[in-house]
Ligand binder design. Structure first.
Ligand SMILES: Nc1ncnc2c1ncn2[C@@H]1O[C@H](COP(=O)(O)OP(=O)(O)OP(=O)(O)O)[C@@H](O)[C@H]1O
Length: 405
């Protein structure tokens, strides 16, 4: 099964196709029974084999944070561990950077694990008798990197995760958040393209957890790694995910951006999963804007603008080019005078217009609306106007999405 959700515009770095994992002695028999229509529970009762993943397919794009989310037992960790082959899949393919890894021997796998993949676990997995620098440098030590070189690299990555100067501390002296930074530093030492993070922040206090999430977002922006992040926490998934794959009983039920998952759940299960989410925290200007009608083209005269304003009972109108590039706005008062005095629209155009970016959040939009006291045009980085946001458009969108979700 391939679940869609438009992937970001980039090439895939990981391709998973029809991946199946059965734990137990007779996977073939278990799968045969499942294909004959037995439920996973019935298969387990009969064979004592667990179908942990079944026909899972998806692609992860280079540079995205792809979140695997789902309830306990849905197969998230199994899927993540198949990707670095800590677990051998029963069936299916996994390509990393175009290279099929399911059939790889130990030597090839070791190479991929060391150079392409970094893994970060929930329980930190630090070596208690080694100091922080040696913990971070451990992977490089195993790879035979000289002491000077590995210590220099370890210091660099400790700096990167905000732990510069802690190299000589022991793990027992560090808080949970700091230990997880060490975990992150350790995974970054070999500069892998892909970070696999398994419930990496779940053991942390809520405030520290939030800090770590912010830090990961910031680090991701700087380093542009591809991250697969496992969590059962929807808020965390919405915050971190470029896209989210929601898993249930070993299958993916929906893949989409956080907005798509929230506002367009594909079935009742996803709907239920996201029912309690506070939409104001995740919707952005492009979700709550309305079409920018009416707008006047630059080529229109003041009479046309006046007509539009009277027709729609509004006191200002936005002026755009044929390609919807925003040029400014004109007011009713100025337009009336322009008609009287035979002026052009360009003579009365006000260009000091406040705008909102398409990805602005609702609290940001509201604070801008309070300042400007009129609807705001949503304008992208190229100056193109996509819509208008106002208190009314936000309320309408929330009511609409709330009704749907
Ligand atoms: N080594 C194993 N042997 C047998 N069954 C296993 C093994 N590992 C996982 N399972 C089973 O496979 C299914 C998927 O487990 P998995 O740990 O991948 O789920 P998860 O979504 O990561 O859950 P959690 O959030 O609790 O870690 C579960 O039914 C689990 O009991």
């Amino acid at each position: 099964m391939v679940c869609s959700g438009d992937p970001p515009e980039s090439e895939p770095i990981i391709r998973v196709q029809d991946l199946t994992k059965v734990f137990g002695h007779d996977p073939e028999k278990a799968l045969k029974l499942h294909r004959l229509g037995r439920s996973k529970k019935e298969v387990y009762d009969e064979t004592k084999a667990t179908i942990a993943l079944h026909n899972v397919s998806f692609e992860v794009m280079r540079g995205e944070t792809f979140v695997l989310m789902g309830l306990s037992g849905s197969g998230k960790s199994t899927l993540l561990r198949c990707i670095n082959r800590l677990i051998d899949p029963t069936e299916g393919k996994i390509e990393i950077d175009g290279v099929e890894i399911v059939g790889m021997d130990h030597e090839e796998l070791r190479h991929i694990r060391r150079h392409k993949l970094g893994m970060i676990f929930q329980n930190f997995a630090l070596l208690p008798q080694r100091n922080i620098l040696d913990n971070v440098a451990f992977g490089l030590e195993i790879m035979g990197v000289s002491k000077d070189e590995r210590n220099q690299r370890a210091e660099e990555v400790l700096e990167m995760v905000g732990l510069g100067g802690y190299g000589s501390s022991m793990p027992s002296e560090l808080s949970g958040g700091m230990k997880q930074r060490v975990g992150l530093a350790r995974a970054l030492t070999s500069d892998p393209d892909i970070l696999l993070m398994d419930e990496a922040f779940s053991a942390l206090d809520p405030l520290i957890r939030r800090d770590m999430q912010d830090e990961l977002l910031e680090l991701q922006e700087r380093l542009g790694k591809t991250i697969i992040f496992v969590t059962h926490d929807l808020d965390e998934a919405l915050k971190l995910g470029t896209r989210i794959a929601l898993m249930k009983d070993g299958s993916i039920v929906q893949i989409g951006t956080p907005e798509e998952i929230l506002t367009n759940p594909e079935n009742a299960y996803v709907e239920k999963f996201v029912a309690d989410v506070d939409l104001t925290r995740v919707l952005t200007a492009k979700d709550v804007m309305r079409r920018p009608e009416p707008v006047a083209q630059c080529t229109a005269g003041p009479r046309v603008a006046l007509h539009l304003m009277e027709e729609h009972d509004i006191s200002m109108i936005f002026v755009i080019t044929r390609h919807r590039i925003l040029r400014g706005f004109v007011t009713l008062e100025d337009t009336v005078s322009a008609v009287k005095e035979g002026k052009n629209l360009s003579d009365i155009l006000r260009t000091d217009v406040a705008t909102v970016a398409p990805d602005a959040t609702i609290p940001d939009i509201l604070s801008l609306i309070v300042q400007s006291n009129h609807p705001l045009p949503v304008v992208d980085e190229n100056g193109r106007m996509h819509g208008l946001v106002s208190r009314a458009s936000i309320l309408a969108a929330l009511a609409r999405k709330g009704g749907e979700a």
